[in-house]
Design a protein. Structure first.
Length: 139
């Protein structure tokens, strides 16, 4: 009886460990929609997935995290269907120019410009901009 219980517990453990693999499918194609400035190849480099890789929920979550971590996208939707990964993106706008109004001292203005990470021609991200605002107020 103890042997049967041990066998059932072992089987359950192995089943749970390989459950994610059971619900994965191989990737045959990647379709990217909505990108204007950032090329398909660049996006493919960000996601760290190759054709014939097994795709499951954990892999899709990692792809989503990897793409959002670039700060290039406002919104990302993933759909894996018929061995095709569909990536729909909305890119963040580009910051053309940055001006600092109300700062009269050139010395303070130079310190602000040296210590900020938001620059012209970078992607606009509201969260990053709020952090920069706090940093500038501290300066």
């Amino acid at each position: 009886m103890k042997l049967i219980i041990f066998f059932l517990k072992s089987f359950l453990l192995v089943f749970l460990l390989f459950l994610n693999h059971a619900f994965s499918n191989p990737l045959d194609k990647i379709e990217i929609i909505g990108n204007d400035r950032i090329s398909d190849e660049t996006i493919k480099l960000f996601i760290n997935v190759d054709i014939k890789d097994e795709i499951n929920d954990n892999k899709l979550n990692q792809i989503l995290k990897d793409l959002y971590s670039t700060d290039f996208f406002k919104d990302i939707n993933l759909n894996f269907e018929d061995q095709t990964l569909f990536i729909k993106v909305i890119e963040n706008p580009i910051i053309e120019n940055i001006s600092y109004n109300g700062v009269k001292s050139n010395r303070i203005l130079d310190v602000i410009k040296e210590n900020t990470s938001v620059k012209s021609r970078s992607s606009f991200n509201e969260n990053v901009l709020k952090k920069e605002e706090i940093k500038i107020k501290k300066i």
